[in-house]
Design a protein. Structure first.
Length: 394
């Protein structure tokens, strides 16, 4: 029996909560057959580095790479150096290069799936920015990823969003960049709820008009595109776009609200997965994928249905702060010894948010060692001034 814990509710009042006992999860050591599944992965900060944690965070490389081995051991692929790794929000291009270099090497050592983000984040937007500069920045990062032996995820570009004047500017940049890559890439359309700097991407604020431009880019460059990941948190538009894609182009869902149904699909198709939430719910995600492979839809639904409230909580507005919840889950489950983040992002969610996350993770059976998770939750509560009663009064 796990000890009880005092948690604050939404009014700041304390209540007693008792976590459930641990749940045993068995995951077969065989590859997934019916879907391609990537988990975007977080990075672990080095809490003992004597540097500015906002401007010059240091990464704990050993623990960061160990977590990727954990994901590979479950059968999940790793989507590296993406927004879940705080790309452009704590993780700069120099850090990303080292992360990609080391992760691809580790992936090769275990035959793990990996795809890596290539963007333009080393190019800061400025008033006189030219499209040619954006193209060169994309080319530099794509060349680096391919040189390491990684598959490219072509990330949306803040610089392009800042200087593109028309949809045709997007078509031109993507055409020129894709013409130079050696292998088909995964495009990434990241909504402005994840990154406000990407508002009106593809040249339109209207999502349907933006989708038309994106589809035009895909159709014109079909041979250079493996698939597209869209992160719009809009399942209806994802399904619509999925049905309009060329047969050779895959849809990878980035919808952290509606992923169970989108991956399951319908009579007209389905989405593969490239999700930040799979970092936080990795065992459940792997178990569900095996159930889907076995055509056990009832079990698939039962596993993932329990994770949706947690995911919606982690990705609540402001959506870009979801990384805090992802790292907190890794801390609760013992994958890292501390709850510190690069860029100081551990402070982007309230103690009430984290307390509710703890309860939702427990409800979903995602606290692998509830006793450890409870002690770690108490540590975080204590830092917020929420002290637990002494044992004699429990």
């Amino acid at each position: 029996m796990v000890n009880s814990i005092k948690l604050p509710n939404k009014n700041g009042e304390l209540y007693t909560y008792t976590p459930q006992d641990s749940v045993s999860v068995h995951i077969p050591e065989v590859p997934f057959k019916s879907r391609i599944v990537y988990s975007a992965a977080h990075v672990v900060a080095n809490p003992l580095a004597d540097t500015d944690p906002i401007q010059n965070s240091k990464i704990d490389w050993e623990t960061t790479l160990k977590y990727r081995h954990y994901l590979w051991s479950l059968g999940l692929g790793v989507a590296e150096a993406m927004d879940t790794a705080q790309r452009g929000m704590g993780l700069n291009w120099e850090h990303a290069k080292e992360l990609i270099r080391q992760s691809v090497k580790e992936a090769n050592s275990v035959n793990g799936w990996i795809a890596c983000g290539a963007g333009t984040d080393h190019l800061l937007p400025h008033p006189n920015l030219k499209l040619e500069e954006v193209e060169r920045a994309y080319a530099e990062q794509c060349e680096f990823v391919e040189k390491q032996g990684g598959r490219i995820i072509l990330m949306a570009s803040r610089a392009l969003a800042a200087c593109a004047k028309t949809p045709e500017d997007y078509e031109r940049v993507y055409r020129n960049v894709l013409n130079e890559v050696s292998e088909p890439v995964i495009l990434h359309w990241l909504g402005d709820m994840f990154d406000p700097a990407l508002k009106a991407y593809w040249g339109h604020e209207d999502v349907d008009q933006a989708m038309d431009v994106c589809l035009q880019v895909i159709k014109e460059n079909e041979s250079k595109i493996d698939g597209i990941k869209i992160s719009l948190l809009d399942d209806k538009r994802e399904i619509l776009m999925r049905r309009l894609l060329p047969d050779s182009v895959k849809m990878y869902t980035g919808d952290d609200f509606n992923y169970p149904d989108l991956i399951k699909g319908d009579e007209q198709g389905y989405s593969h997965a490239l999700l930040g939430i799979f970092d936080a719910i990795a065992p459940a995600a792997a178990s569900a994928m095996h159930a889907l492979d076995a055509n056990n839809i009832e079990q698939y639904d039962a596993i993932l249905e329990k994770t949706v409230p947690l995911s919606r909580h982690i990705f609540q507005k402001p959506t870009y702060a979801y990384k805090t919840g992802v790292v907190f889950m890794a801390y609760l489950n013992g994958h890292q010894s501390h709850f510190r983040m690069i860029g100081g992002a551990e402070g982007q969610r309230s103690i009430i948010h984290l307390s509710d996350l703890f309860v939702m993770a427990d409800d979903a059976g995602l606290l692998m060692d509830p006793e450890l998770a409870t002690e770690r939750m108490k540590n975080v509560l204590a830092q917020a001034g929420v002290m637990q009663p002494s044992k004699q009064f429990m």
